[in-house]
Design a protein around this ligand. Sequence first.
Ligand SMILES: [Zn+2]
Length: 334
Amino acid sequence: MAGFDLKEGIYETRNASDDELWSAFACVFSSKSRNDTSYKFGFLKSIIDNLYNVDADLKLSFDQLFSKFGEIYWNLILKHGLRQKAVTNDNRETYLEQVLHSAVKKYKILEPLPYESLTAEMMLDISHQVKVKCKKYVVGALFEDTNRLFYSFSKKEEWIQINPVMYEFVCKHKIVIEKLNYYEWARFLERVNEETVAVKVLDKIDESSKRNNLAMYRQILYEEFGIKNCFYCGKTLSPDKIDVDHFIPWSFIKDDNLWNLVLACPTCNRKKNDKLPAVDYLSTLIRRNQHILIEEHRSEMKNYQGRMVSYIYNWAKINGYDKIWQPKSRKTLV
Ligand SMILES: [Zn+2]
């Protein structure tokens, strides 16, 4: 992989046209780009899944990126048994497989537990090990493969900084780029895995960073912030029937962020499903987020800014989320 040994890199600042930006990705997915392992696809997914966690300078830390990377691979390798490299004569594991298997031994994990069931301490330890082993191989390689247009990076300071032109481009074409990445990744996995293992590979990749247990957020919003009404219809929530809903659908965001989570009654949650809510809910969400931010400085709320949430809402629309939902009746909350 070209570029993997670079210590740092700076993105090209010229005004790249849309054609050039597309060809940066076409290059990653073309046969020109050699892939012994699936790391590049996984790293690209880690960036895309973290797209809305960037700071004001469009930077993402290696900790953010590799904790996502570790989570994705934990589920693919341990939960689904998908190898990430062709089997060699000596049957050697990749560094990543070694890290994950030794974590299983260290913590005496008996079953292939989903990542979300691990304790916070275990997750921290695993993502640290993944970072130490994997940053070496992927950060410079993807930088080079995207024609130095995607991001700058520093391995010493452990960050990438996304090129603003590219940031807007990826936000606008997120779903298409994501699908291309999944397609090539799935083809790779089908090539290096037995047919019996390589089933529903696309679903497994897509859901590799999905957490099903949102109970923690339910508790924060209901108990800590005393939110007792359905965000959409306004009805009082009964304590045993509270759903946590992704305001902008999970399938678009691919992450659980407090700023995007609301409490809903099961009816609204079911009916809203994978749709965007009506635009006037946006200001309600922004107000609520300001309230939460004032009450407590939560790190995951740093992205709450009204403008950013509105941008993401509009990017979701551009990406095909054009069915807008609202409940038949709404109780206005004061
Ligand atoms: Zn409701």
